[in-house]
Design a protein around this ligand. Structure first.
Ligand SMILES: [Zn+2]
Length: 410
């Protein structure tokens, strides 16, 4: 699906040819939230209305026509009769694409069912989450299987934290969109109490990605999460420490509870069951903070540099060493590597692994002198050229400058 093209102009520029979706959380006030709920409710109403009429129409045996044509007829009834009833005047408050897409979805659902690809279409319910679709109505929305419409029907989205969806007012986004782009169809959806907008991008229209740094060395450390050769470093937020302290407290306070044991057939007390849920929540909380931090960090690094060099750590070996185990699993080395690797096509980066026997922390990054370095030594003090450097800084510089025979692709 992805194809990364390297153009050999004087400035190194990577271009990513791909189709991919952008999904952003919307930052809504109460008025906007109820508008979104209204839109989703409208779509659900129309879908269920169409579903009812279609199944009812099958009982008239003298009408012999396809589902698609029946749905077209139902749509006519909806726009020319139903929408004009004063009771349904509220429908005019919402963009027309909302009900149009409901009929498109209905056609799609029935054709999938007829082909045996899906179960019989069910009525939509609020419990299953909300969603609706918006698109620009400069032309005719393509039917299923038809080619997409020309560029004129596309909505241009400018870079930043605001988005103007067709038929709605400008909305705020929680996370910015990095570049000007265009799309045709937008899907707004709700998960729990959060609202999202998603749209497909034709990445050929994305401006080429220019990385300010060509090669970066990233040293995954014990003390800080990661140190980069450009002098920046990333660390776990203080909240992880707080959350872990709280975890310890929860465990200590509940040390005398009658915990269940299946082997010995001891049933857990009611309070122990409450404790288990509390424990699970706290563990999930810590995992969430970690995931959030590493995701932000790997995205940041991928935007910064074209080539990312990290140490090919023997993670399982390090975890076996109990002194290193906690530091390694805390700082989720493997997870960082996984994220950097899968983000390659999105940011047109290349992740390179430096041989695990390459002496990145024992070598001087200035003169190449190698000397022993204890695990607890925080500063590299070169015995040859007198270079004094932070241990992790020195290692990240060495990773960046590692010789080619010590490198393999991730
Ligand atoms: Zn030196």
């Amino acid at each position: 699906m992805f194809k990364v093209v390297y153009s050999s102009s004087s400035k190194k520029v990577w271009r990513c040819l791909a189709m991919f979706a952008i999904k952003r959380e919307l930052k809504l006030n109460n008025v906007e939230t109820s508008l979104m709920r209204g839109n989703a409710g409208f779509k659900r109403w129309v879908y269920n209305f169409g579903l009812d009429l279609l199944t009812a129409s099958w009982s008239f045996e003298d009408i012999k026509t396809s589902d698609s044509k029946r749905i077209d007829a139902i749509k006519k009834v909806f726009t020319q009769v139903t929408m004009l009833i004063p009771e349904y005047a509220w429908m005019k408050l919402y963009p027309s694409t909302v009900y149009q897409s409901a009929f498109i979805d209905l056609k799609d659902a029935f054709s999938r069912w007829r082909k045996g690809l899906a179960e019989f279409p069910k009525k939509k319910s609020k419990k299953k989450g909300d969603s609706f679709t918006l698109y620009k109505t400069a032309g005719i929305y393509p039917l299923i299987g038809e080619p997409p419409l020309p560029f004129t029907n596309r909505v241009v989205i400018s870079a930043g934290k605001l988005i103007k969806l067709p038929g709605l007012k400008e909305l705020r986004l929680k996370e910015r969109i990095d570049f000007m782009c265009s799309s045709q169809t937008f899907t707004v959806s709700r998960t729990a109490d959060k609202w999202f907008v998603a749209f497909m991008l034709d990445a050929q229209k994305i401006p080429p990605i220019i990385h300010p740094i060509e090669t970066i060395g990233v040293d995954l450390g014990m003390k800080v999460l990661a140190t980069c050769s450009d002098g920046t470093f990333y660390d776990m937020p203080v909240t992880t420490k707080k959350a872990k302290t709280k975890l310890g407290k929860i465990q200590w306070r509940n040390r005398n509870k009658l915990l269940g044991n299946k082997k010995r057939r001891i049933k857990a007390s009611n309070n122990a069951l409450k404790y288990y849920t509390q424990l699970a929540k706290q563990h999930a909380h810590i995992a969430n903070i970690r995931q959030d931090t590493t995701q932000k960090m790997t995205t940041d690094i991928s935007r910064k540099a074209a080539v990312i060099r990290i140490e090919d750590l023997n993670v399982s070996g390090m975890i076996a060493n109990h002194k290193l185990a906690s530091a390694v699993s805390n700082n989720c080395f493997y997870e960082i590597r996984r994220q950097l690797t899968y983000k390659q096509p999105f940011y047109a980066t290349r992740v390179e692994l430096v041989d695990r026997w390459f002496p990145s922390s024992k070598m001087c990054s200035k003169c190449g002198h190698i000397q022993p370095m204890g695990l607890s030594e925080r500063v590299y003090n070169c015995g040859n050229c007198g270079n004094i450097q932070d241990r992790d800084d020195n290692a990240s510089n060495n990773l960046r400058d590692a010789p080619f025979d010590k490198i393999r692709l991730a």
